[in-house]
Write a protein that binds this ligand. Structure first.
Ligand code: SAH
Length: 365
């Protein structure tokens, strides 16, 4: 008989699953706490749960997180796990410790179908969506493997959906996992500490606004459609005008919030003065902050990182124009854990890896 992996169920789904078995909602919340807050997988150890219910759970359910197949620690403290998600696929999860917070970067898909020019995950092609259990399981497992601070504080204070995959094309599973991250009986993170990063899937942005409005990061990377069509091909489907309108609708819900625009600095491609002017124009339309990202090269990308002084100047001029701008520090590159280096192990269903990769040097718009 097949058992239900309870990691697949958010609080509402668990309450419904319990109700079908004649159990009260508070029982579901008890079990939710055992699983997510205390990391328990053994129903017999859930001591305040009635014996008869424990027996039912033993027979019909399980708590099955992904299995880590490698664990690498970078010199800067960044830690990267490769998680087995079955069928010869593995995805990456990265923990980034900083002085005032600990951020976990999690994956939403095995591979990615979007094929952005600068991203090595895209070059692996797409295999499949991760289940809710495989998504929340990354947080579940990282919490176990990292342990707690001596004072009992959680080590993971922030979660970013910036690993492998496009979260908004795996909407239902991503939202179930997000709801668990926010749930007080599970991880209890505030919605400002949970970030979904999207390449610009406009209908997904609108649905997220309705169903679970967490912090939103948009991978902008180009300030006009001609260039963005090349760098972020989903722009051909949802061009900038539509994307920016969706960002504004998203902020309707939370007027004090802002969108984080991520912008990889690519030498000679999107780092010229005209791009700066166009970016400032965009920032006039949408309340936002900018996060400039030094490009992390990977074999055959055909792209180069902008020189440090160019990035500094961009940042300074954006700040002077009144736009809060930070520059992402590259972390964990000695263990290939930096942004865009997450390749994992993916059985490519699109066979993209067999296609030649076309460099995009001369797209100087
Ligand atoms: N599909 C989502 C989430 C995955 S990408 C999105 O596009 O936002 C997460 C972040 O890593 C994005 O900002 C992406 O642009 C950045 N990234 C991808 N490849 C990179 C590279 N080679 N160097 C630096 N950052 C990269």
């Amino acid at each position: 008989m097949s058992t239900t992996n309870l990691l697949d169920l958010d609080a509402d789904a668990l309450v419904a699953w319990f109700a079908e078995r004649g159990e009260k909602p508070f029982r579901a919340r008890q079990v939710l706490r055992w699983i997510h807050r205390f990391g328990e997988t053994d129903f017999d150890a859930m001591t305040d749960v009635a014996k008869s219910l424990r027996a039912l759970l033993r027979d019909t359910a399980c708590v099955r997180p992904p299995v880590p197949v490698s664990d690498k620690l970078s010199a800067d403290g960044t830690r990267k796990w490769l998680m087995d998600v079955g069928n010869d696929n593995a995805v990456e999860t990265v923990f980034i410790p900083e002085a005032t917070r600990g951020t976990l970067c999690i994956s939403s898909q095995a591979g990615c179908a979007l094929d952005c020019a600068f991203c090595s995950t895209g070059k692996q092609g797409f295999n499949r969506n991760l289940s809710a259990a495989e998504i929340i399981g990354q947080l579940w497992l990282a919490n176990r493997l990292l342990g707690a601070e001596p004072n009992g504080e959680r080590i993971i204070s922030n979660v970013v959906m910036m690993g492998m995959g496009e979260p908004l094309t795996n909407f239902d599973s991503v939202v179930s996992a997000l709801k668990l991250m926010l749930d007080d009986h599970a991880y209890g993170l505030s919605r400002r500490r949970v970030t979904v990063s999207t390449a610009g899937v406009v209908p997904g942005i609108d649905r997220l606004r309705e169903e679970c409005p967490v912090a939103l990061a948009v991978s902008l990377h180009a300030p006009n459609d001609v260039l963005r069509d090349r760098l972020v091909p989903i722009n051909r489907k949802y061009p900038l005008k539509e994307l920016l309108a969706a960002c504004l609708r998203y902020l309707d819900r939370a007027p004090r919030d802002f969108i984080t625009f991520e912008y990889i600095m690519l030498a000679g491609i999107n780092d010229q003065d005209e791009h700066l002017r166009q970016l400032i124009e965009i920032a006039r339309q949408v309340p936002c902050k900018f996060n400039l990202i030094p490009f992390n090269p990977f074999p055959q990308s055909g792209l180069r990182r902008s020189a440090a002084p160019v990035v500094r100047r961009f940042s300074q001029l954006l700040n002077e124009a009144g736009i809060v701008t930070t520059t992402r520090k590259t972390r964990g590159d000695d263990v290939d854990a930096a942004c865009g280096q997450l390749a994992g192990q993916v059985m490519d269903k699109t066979r993209r890896t067999r296609k030649p990769i076309i460099p995009v040097h001369e797209v100087n718009q």
